[in-house]
Design a protein around this ligand. Structure first.
Ligand code: ATP
Length: 235
């Protein structure tokens, strides 16, 4: 579904990604783990066209997408939930969700999807007329994920969905990620520092260090790998 081939991305003269190759098949959950500053967010930015790759090739459903504008890339069915859950704080929960569907005009399906996200996160249904900015951190993350689902993406990119959340909420969010993958058939690319939770739900994972991919394997194998255990799982 998505293929990054020999991607090199720069911020001015600073090289953030070096020869990155990643492939994601339909219906997979793939995680990208690594320390602070490894280049995980930059990888997502390059896919979305927000920080275009200088070298290499990115294809989505067989079509080259590098060099295209971010809104064009979104229109192909790629939605991102950015780090820090950037919702619209002045808008209500419902208005935020409506914004997620702004490219769509299939009204009855939009209403069905709205009911679906309210089922996933009943708290959002209760708070539908409340301003987004007044929600708790966990609820804002739920809203950010729901807003992305409202776009009916083929590929959902999640940047550190567990960041700053209480352990119970983290567990709930990862449960929902699995559910969206199986019920909506959405392919998921998950960037995480919480390597344990991410690898547990993932079919495969990539490990990133200093802008390079240093390891790739199934989620289960990476969880057992001694280097991963020591560097990212604290065991
Ligand atoms: P974190 O988990 O802390 O978000 P990350 O793995 O997502 O880290 P990136 O944010 O992709 O890492 O950063 C990769 C490298 O690029 C880092 O060295 C960072 O300092 C640098 N970088 C990121 N954004 C910019 C920018 N706007 N300008 C210059 N350098 C940047």
């Amino acid at each position: 579904m998505l293929e990054l081939k020999n991607i090199e991305t720069f911020y001015g003269n600073i090289q953030a990604l070096r020869d990155i190759s990643i492939h994601i098949e339909k219906r997979e959950i793939i995680s990208l783990i690594g320390a602070n500053g490894a280049g995980k967010t930059t990888t997502l930015m390059s896919i979305c066209g927000l920080v275009p790759a200088r070298f290499g090739k990115i294809t989505f459903m067989g079509e080259p997408i590098n060099g295209l504008s971010p809104d064009k890339i979104v229109s192909f069915g790629i939605s991102q939930v950015p780090e820090g859950r950037r919702i619209f704080p002045q808008l209500t929960v419902l208005e935020n969700l409506d914004m997620g569907a702004y490219l769509r005009n299939d009204k009855s399906q939009i209403n069905e999807d709205l009911e679906y996200v309210y089922e996933l996160f009943p708290i959002l249904a209760e708070r539908r007329h409340q301003q987004g900015g007044t929600l708790s951190g966990g609820e804002q993350q739920m809203l950010a994920i729901s807003r992305a689902i409202m776009a009916r993406p083929r590929l959902l990119l999640l940047d550190e969905p567990s960041l700053g959340l209480a352990p119970l909420v983290v567990k709930q969010i990862f449960g929902i990620i699995k559910k969206i993958n199986s019920e909506q058939k959405t392919t998921i690319f998950l960037v995480e520092q919480n390597a344990y939770q991410a690898l547990k739900v993932s079919n495969r994972g990539y490990v990133m260090e200093n802008g390079c991919i240093t390891m790739t394997d199934t989620g289960a194998n990476l969880l057992k790998n001694p280097d991963v255990k020591q560097a990212y799982l604290g065991i």
